[in-house]
Design a protein around this ligand. Structure first.
Ligand SMILES: Cc1cc2nc3c(=O)[nH]c(=O)nc-3n(C[C@H](O)[C@H](O)[C@H](O)COP(=O)(O)OP(=O)(O)OC[C@H]3O[C@@H](n4cnc5c(N)ncnc54)[C@H](O)[C@@H]3O)c2cc1C
Ligand code: SF4
Length: 465
């Protein structure tokens, strides 16, 4: 509906818009795994470029031609080792990485035939058997005697914990959620990670030994940073972004207006998706991956109309062109250049009024004064996440930029003995693979720091003796 106020009919929100069988079919694997012969044909397409632009584009520096070569020669275990030694979540990243803007965009096959080597699927081909059969590929170094605290069991925290454990340190992970995995478990679209893969991957990571996870431990409430710094030799913060941005408009908190991330969480945890209440007409506000994911998944659950409204143009959207196309092929209508001006409601949501937007002469986004409205049974807000944790007395010492933690190249914060990485730091790009890399870099830096501390104290003991 455009141009007039919604009619105020009863909201239509109910479970079972589609049969359980239809929903199961809709939520099947987005990119099904390759068969052996498909993998061999795909591996044969690789030129094994000496400068490997695909590896340069990979945030975790995986030796991509190296692992593809091992697939070719039938050495699947060796291939998985090449991947997992750089990225312990290589299995999840094979499913969720936007490869179309990373390794596969850089693949030289694009130039020759406009079709990159399917690196993501080959990575999955190599890593799945290792995780399925719990094949141990790493061993721990001799115990260092050091203990490190990690806050958050998402990709950043788990990657850091695993590398530290490999290097011989003991790790305790304090995690707010009831299950480990972070957004791998509670956020990523259900059709990207099936069959409890997120938990199987966590189990694989913990298989190294030396990592204890304390779930339900809210850092800042029942665990203070000052205490962790006192009790442990180093601390890594991988707490992600658990607050949600507000729209700051009238009626934002009426029934029927929800944070997309909360509904996605329910969706990911539902054993039976057909019992989830689904609106007939859904409006999504936002332009990033979360907006696309809630829009597509609403359609797959049986919503009749899903309108995604973004305040700028297509090219400014956080979601990649591939994700935007995915939404459109699933029947989502994407509308650009409009911002919500108020939620239309009586006791609950009836719709959203939007104001058309444009860029002014200075390139600033402004409202044009033209208004229109969409009727909605449910409105999802997907306008970004914020850092929501309290470091107590130490908080003032943790430098921030745009409400995220500032870290250096080694992921050191401004507070001595405290590192941070993943979505909660200011120089990331809010991708799983980047969080994994941050955790790995922090662990390498922490290890160096602990060894330097150790040799300095050994020297001091030697001198005084
Ligand atoms: C809906 C959605 C879909 C996404 N889809 C993709 C995708 O397809 N591909 C992709 O690459 N990226 C995707 N992302 C981004 C990706 O999930 C994140 O970049 C990644 O999970 C960040 O990892 P992290 O470890 O920094 O934080 P998180 O995954 O958020 O993990 C943070 C962990 O810290 C814990 N925690 C939080 N606060 C505290 C506290 N105070 N004390 C103790 N523990 C705490 C939480 O319980 C959680 O386990 C998506 C994000 C969202 C929201
Ligand atoms: S750029 Fe493409 S062809 Fe070259 S090594 Fe990487 S995957 Fe192979």
């Amino acid at each position: 509906m455009s141009g007039s106020a919604p009619s105020g009919k009863m909201p239509d929100v109910r479970p079972g818009r589609l049969s359980a069988a239809d929903i199961e079919r809709n939520f099947s694997d987005l990119h099904p795994p390759l068969t052996r012969s498909e993998a061999l044909i795909e591996a044969d397409r690789c030129y094994f470029c000496y400068d490997a632009p695909c590896t340069v584009a990979c945030p975790t520096d995986i030796d991509i031609p190296g692992f593809i070569q091992k697939i070719r020669s039938g050495n699947i275990k060796g291939s998985a080792h090449t991947i997992l030694r750089e990225n312990i979540m290589g299995g999840m990243c094979a499913r969720v990485c936007p490869t179309e803007v990373l390794c596969e965009e850089a693949c030289v096959r694009n130039t020759h035939e406009d079709k990159p080597v399917r690196i993501g699927l080959l990575q999955r081909y190599a890593t799945d058997p290792v995780l399925d059969d719990s094949v141990a590929l790493f061993t721990r170094a001799a115990p260092s005697g050091h203990r490190v605290a990690v806050a958050g069991a998402g990709p950043a925290g788990l990657s850091c914990a695993h590398r530290l454990a490999v290097l011989g340190h003991d790790v305790v992970v304090f995690n707010r959620d009831p299950k480990p995995g972070g957004l791998n478990e509670y956020g990523v679209a259900a059709y990207k990670t099936l069959d409890d893969f997120a938990q199987r991957e966590v189990e694989y990571i913990l298989g190294i030994g030396g990592i204890e996870i304390v779930n339900g431990a809210v850092f800042g409430r029942n665990t203070a940073l000052a205490e962790l710094r006192e009790e442990f030799d180093a601390v890594f913060l991988g707490v992600g972004l658990s607050g949600s941005n507000e729209l700051g408009i009238e009626n934002e908190h009426v029934e029927g207006v929800r944070n997309a991330i909360d509904y996605i969480r329910d969706l990911r945890q539902a054993e039976d998706k057909s019992v989830l209440p689904v609106g007939r007409r859904i409006v999504v506000i936002g332009g990033g991956m979360t907006a696309i994911d809630i829009a597509v998944q609403s359609k797959l659950l049986g919503a009749e109309t899903v309108d995604l409204v973004y305040r700028r143009g297509r090219e400014a959207m956080g979601a990649s062109p591939y994700e935007q196309a995915l939404a459109q092929t699933n029947g989502v209508t994407i509308r650009h250049w409009a911002k919500p001006s108020r939620i239309l409601a009586d006791e609950r949501v009836l719709g959203v009024e939007f104001e058309q937007t444009a860029l002014d002469a200075d390139g600033r986004l402004v409202g044009t004064g033209a208004f229109w409205a969409l009727e909605a049974d449910v409105v999802f807000k997907a306008v970004g996440q914020t850092l929501a944790f309290d470091a107590g007395a130490d908080d003032v010492l943790l430098q921030k930029h745009k409400a995220k933690l500032i870290v250096d190249e080694e992921r050191r914060t401004s507070l001595p003995g405290v590192w941070a990485g993943g979505d909660c730091v200011s120089d990331g790009d809010d991708l799983t693979v980047t969080a994994v890399q941050h955790g790995k870099l922090a662990a390498i830096s922490i290890d160096r720091y602990l060894r330097e501390q150790h040799s300095a104290s050994a020297l001091a003991v030697g001198e005084s003796g």
